[in-house]
Design a protein around this ligand. Structure first.
Ligand code: SF4
Ligand code: SF4
Length: 217
C-alpha cells in the first residue's frame, strides 16, 4: 500500500491526509501499528458532502463526529487498520502530539497548531492506525519560519498570545452582537496566509464556532 493510494482514497471520502509518522513505544499507538495517518476535511468539498449526509440531516447530536466514525471507521475496516478519534475518551488519544510527530504540523506563535497546507484551519476528523510501515516523504520546513505572524495581532480581544489563551475573553467576544468570528471563524486563524488559501467555507467555520460556544448560558 502506497501513501498516494491512501491519499486518493481519502479524497474520495472528502478527507485529506494531513501527515503521517511511524509510532514508537512513547506514542501510545495501538499495538502493532506501523504507520499513523492524520485525517482532516478535504476543502472546499468537505462541507457540501457533510451537509448532504444523513448524520447532518437527522437532527441528532454530534453529527460531524458520527459522520467521521461511519466514514473513517468503514474505511479503516477495509484496510485492516484501526480508526481513532479525538473525541473518544477518556483516555483520549494524543492527537496534539501525534500531529507534531508528522513534521507537517507545528505549534504556531499563538500555540494553536498550524499545518503546511491548511494553516491555522487545520482540524482532525480522525486518524488511521495501519499495520504497514508506509514510505513517508520528508516534511517541509515550518510555514512560520520567515512569516510576519499576522496571527499574533488579529484577535480583537488579544485572547491569543505565545504564553496564554484567554478563553473567557474569547467567549465574551463571541457572545457579543454580530461578531465576524462567529460568522466566519476565528480572526486569528483566518489571518494566516495558509488558512486563506485553504478553502474552508465560512459556513463550516460558523458550525464549529457554534459548537465551541455551546448553547446560550
Ligand atoms: S500566520 Fe504565519 S506565523 Fe502565524 S501560524 Fe500562519 S504561518 Fe505561522
Ligand atoms: S475566535 Fe475571535 S475572539 Fe476568539 S481567539 Fe479567535 S479571534 Fe480571538
Amino acid at each position: 500500500m502506497k501513501l498516494a493510494t491512501l491519499e486518493h482514497q481519502a479524497r474520495r471520502r472528502h478527507l485529506a491526509v494531513l501527515g503521517g509518522f511511524h509510532p514508537g513505544p512513547e506514542d501510545s499507538a495501538p499495538e502493532g501499528t506501523g504507520t499513523i495517518l492524520m485525517l482532516g476535511p478535504d476543502e472546499p468539498g468537505f462541507w457540501p458532502a457533510f451537509t448532504a449526509a444523513p448524520e447532518y440531516r437527522d437532527g441528532q447530536p454530534d453529527p460531524m463526529d458520527r459522520w467521521s466514525k461511519r466514514v473513517i471507521g468503514g474505511w479503516a475496516a477495509t484496510l485492516g487498520g484501526t480508526a481513532l478519534f479525538p473525541s473518544d475518551g477518556p483516555p483520549f488519544a494524543p492527537f496534539y502530539s501525534w500531529a507534531l510527530r508528522t513534521g507537517r504540523i507545528h505549534a504556531s506563535p499563538i500555540r494553536l497548531l498550524v499545518h503546511d497546507a491548511a494553516g491555522l484551519m487545520v482540524s482532525f476528523r480522525g486518524a488511521l492506525a495501519l499495520p504497514a510501515r508506509l514510505d513517508l516523504p520528508p516534511a517541509p520546513p515550518s510555514p512560520c519560519e520567515g512569516c510576519p505572524a499576522p496571527c499574533l495581532t488579529a484577535c480583537p480581544v488579544e485572547a491569543l498570545s505565545p504564553e496564554h489563551y484567554d478563553l473567557d475573553a474569547c467567549r465574551d467576544w463571541l457572545r457579543g452582537p454580530g461578531t465576524d468570528c462567529m460568522d466566519r471563524g476565528c480572526r486569528a486563524r483566518r489571518a494566516c496566509p495558509l488558512s486563506r488559501r485553504h478553502g474552508r467555507l465560512d459556513a463550516q467555520s460558523a458550525f464549529h464556532m457554534r459548537a465551541f460556544l455551546g448553547p446560550p448560558a
